[in-house]
Design a protein around this ligand. Structure first.
Ligand SMILES: NC(=O)c1ccc[n+]([C@@H]2O[C@H](COP(=O)([O-])OP(=O)(O)OC[C@H]3O[C@@H](n4cnc5c(N)ncnc54)[C@H](O)[C@@H]3O)[C@@H](O)[C@H]2O)c1
Length: 444
């Protein structure tokens, strides 16, 4: 089976090279020619554990090629649409890239006799596949879905920072099909890919498959906002610690321990835009999305809890030197889309602080965005040197491993605001003035 991936971002490139690694012939089509040039040289344009190694392997075995031309994908049996679906200014979903991809796939298929399958992997609002996608494909290909063209939805659940592992070991596969054949072809493809370890596979209609993706993301985002709200209450409750509370809550099997880590809120390219998109979709249907709006409200405010804590510990922030540890929206990635660190840095600058930042992977991306508005350190130790206070904004393991005495040794005054609960309060409090999200004022 020959496969084509349209859009070589986090999802497209990762899935494409994993498929190629397992022996499929894969072509990746990408509009950004710089990306294609890099990928063709074996350089992953995004930092993702194991991705570059797999890419190099797939290229060397000639199982994967990247191209800017849809014509190079003409022989594909299955086309996966993996282009971005960003937010529009009103929060609704921008489907222009999906429409564009469908047009080009359709034109490519118009020259072919065989019945190909198109699978929508991009996150799209319910109903998109049976309306916009179907219409664009049929128009451009002069074929009919369900007759000489198969169409299905196959939402993606991988997490950045663990994208390769998630592709090889997903919890489940969801396939939406309204016409019957595309879903069967995809099921066969995944049986070949996973063999005896094929994950539970759910087949449903396209609308449900699209909704499952949104519902999954808003559930996860809601858990984060809920535990963050509990954290904010704990923070003002003498003796409370949200870490202990979450541990106890997570032992309840009806709740479970995942996604109960309080912090500075979620960021990234998925949760913020997907919560907004589902809320806008709901409003369009006349449904008031009370929960979704609250989830967003808590999350929008959460990064500023770090500033609040800094103010509590050092007083007036004007003229202070702030060290920010962590820039990427989560560890093990260089992605800074909707990163909490950026909101914190901008607020610190508004308060008149000078800011020094360090991240193991994302510094260059932030430098492109903020330039010389802030300073960039080459290491965590350099970052905290002579700082008045330090905010941990991303939970990289590297920060977890920093010895408490280093804050005492390097900082002007050792003041640590732990936005991601990476330190043991008892151990660090011996060496530094310490405050953390969800940690109550024990002394009052
Ligand atoms: N990033 C994640 O963790 C993740 C996880 C699950 C689902 N998703 C969903 O998957 C989709 C892709 O996300 P991503 O993070 O990989 O996006 P991305 O922005 O990293 O990559 C999308 C790529 O598509 C390319 N592109 C745009 N229009 C194109 C076209 N017409 N033809 C060919 N290429 C085109 C872009 O240049 C870009 O490289 C989104 O709908 C997203 O919501 C993302």
């Amino acid at each position: 089976m020959k496969l084509a991936f349209i859009g070589l971002g986090y999802v497209g490139l990762t899935t494409a090279v994993c498929m190629a690694y397992r022996g499929f012939d894969v072509v990746g089509v990408e509009v950004d020619d710089e990306k294609v040039e890099k990928i063709s040289r074996g350089i992953a344009p995004v930092k993702e554990p194991k991705l570059e190694k797999l890419l190099k392997y797939a290229l060397s075995r000639k199982k994967f090629t990247a191209s800017t031309s849809y014509r190079d994908a003409v022989k594909a049996d299955v086309f996966f649409i993996t282009v971005g679906t960003p937010s529009k200014p009103d929060g609704g979903i921008d489907l222009s890239r999906v429409a564009e991809a469908c047009k080009h796939i359709g034109e490519t298929l118009a020259t072919q006799e065989k019945v190909a399958t198109v699978a929508v992997k991009s996150t799209v609002v319910p109903g998109t596949t049976r309306t916009l996608v179907k219409q664009k494909l049929e128009e451009a290909s002069q074929k009919k879905v369900g007759m000489d063209l198969n169409l299905c939805v196959n939402p993606e659940f991988l997490r950045e920072g663990a994208a390769v592992d998630d592709t090889f070991h997903p919890d489940r596969i969801v396939i939406g099909d309204d016409w019957g054949r595309g879903g069967k072809i995809l099921t066969r493809l995944y049986k070949k890919f996973y063999g005896r370890k094929t994950p539970p596979t759910m087949i449903t209609n396209t609308v449900n498959a699209e909704m499952i993706k949104y519902a999954s993301n808003v559930f996860l985002a809601a858990r984060i906002s809920l535990i963050n709200e509990v954290a904010n209450i704990c923070q003002r409750t003498p003796g409370a610690d949200v870490e202990e509370v979450a541990k106890g809550v997570g032992m309840d099997r009806r709740i479970g321990p995942h996604f109960l880590r309080a912090g500075l809120g979620y960021g990234g390219s998925c949760f913020p835009k997907d919560v907004k998109a589902l809320a806008a979709f709901a409003k369009g249907l006349g449904v008031e999305p009370f929960m979704l709006e609250s989830v967003q409200k808590v999350n929008d405010n959460q990064p500023y809890k770090a500033i609040e804590l800094a103010g509590r510990l050092v007083g007036n922030l004007h003229g202070r030197k702030a060290a920010v540890l962590g820039l990427s929206f989560k560890p093990n990635t260089d992605d800074i889309r909707e990163a909490v660190s950026l909101k914190i840095i901008n607020k610190l600058l508004e308060h008149g602080c000078t800011v020094v930042a360090y991240d193991p992977a994302a510094t260059e991306n932030v430098r492109r965005l903020l330039g010389n508005k802030i300073n960039y350190a080459e290491s965590a130790e350099e970052c905290i040197k002579n700082a008045d206070f330090c905010i941990v904004a991303t939970e990289w393991d590297e920060f977890r491993r920093l010895k408490p005495e280093l804050f005492k040794k390097h900082m002007k005054k050792p003041v640590v605001i732990d936005g991601r609960r990476v330190y043991d309060p008892a151990a660090i409090s011996e060496k530094a003035v310490y405050a953390a999200i969800g940690l109550g004022p024990n002394k009052t």
